[in-house]
Design a protein around this ligand. Structure first.
Ligand code: PEP
Length: 254
């Protein structure tokens, strides 16, 4: 069964008091106002994950996600955080391959394949990000490029493992820019990606996997984006930093 998911990527924002205030406001509002079947994933900066875990009721519709993990389980990697560490504090999801990590930290498809493996081995659900640059969208085979990101980072997985992954299509030109992909552009790419997945794993897995849209999705445009057949929710940056906006986006996915 395809799951509706709305994940909030807070990136490098919020002090501890602000972060905890946002967690409790989202928890309260989700409990009071969200009745539909949608999984909400809060992805605060890593330094707040353990405290956030205490504030999020377990077993409910709100899950906790990290924004990254290292591809090794442990070792001399100063400043890094491993998948077993995240698992040990009760983290459920991990965003992998965000375009900011690919661009500023040089993450490659091969490295992301290793991160996906270690996340799955430690019971974390990867939210695997893919997406093309503006230049590629305007001048190149952008669909082939995004399919290749999925091929190189995910298609080594067994069907059973692949079925546990969540994909987030995030056109780079739409992230944090205020430029959103139109609902039709999002649907076209999500459809292509589902076909690509079907060619490797078959129809049933392709139909069941959740493919989220990310890129300036907000309280105004989420309903139209999420109404598309192959869009199963969103990975939300800026609009996840204010509880009322984020709740409106969550409701749009119900
Ligand atoms: C993101 O960071 O994943 C994102 C989609 O950001 P924004 O919603 O701000 O474009």
């Amino acid at each position: 069964m395809r799951k509706k998911i709305v994940a909030g990527n807070w990136k490098m924002n919020k002090t501890t008091d602000e972060a905890m205030a946002l967690v409790s406001e989202v928890v309260d509002k989700v409990n009071a106002e969200v009745t539909g079947d949608v999984t909400v994933v809060l992805c605060p900066p890593a330094v707040y994950l353990a405290t956030a875990r205490q504030a999020i009721p377990s077993g409910g519709s709100i899950a906790l996600g990290a924004q990254n993990c290292h591809e090794k389980a442990s070792g001399a990697y100063t400043g890094e955080i491993s998948a077993p560490m995240l698992q040990s504090i009760g983290v459920d999801y991990v965003i992998l391959g965000h375009s900011e990590r690919r661009e500023y930290f040089g993450e490659t498809n091969a490295q992301l394949a290793a991160k996906v493996n270690i996340a799955l081995e430690n019971g974390l659900t990867p939210i695997f990000c893919c997406g093309e640059s503006r230049d590629l969208r305007e001048n190149g085979d952008y669909i082939g490029f995004v399919k290749n990101q999925i091929t190189e980072s995910l298609f080594h997985l067994s069907a059973e493992s692949f079925a546990k992954v969540v994909i987030a299509y995030e056109p780079i030109w739409a992230i944090g820019t205020g430029l959103t992909a139109s609902a039709a552009q999002a649907q076209d790419m999500h459809f292509e990606l589902r076909q690509h997945i079907a060619s490797q794993y078959g129809d049933s897995i392709a139909q069941d996997i959740s493919i989220l849209y990310g890129g300036s999705a907000n309280a105004q445009n989420a309903a139209e984006l999420f109404a598309q057949t192959d869009v199963d929710g969103g990975l939300i940056g800026g609009a996840s930093l204010k509880a009322p906006d984020f709740i409106t986006v969550i409701k749009a996915a119900q």
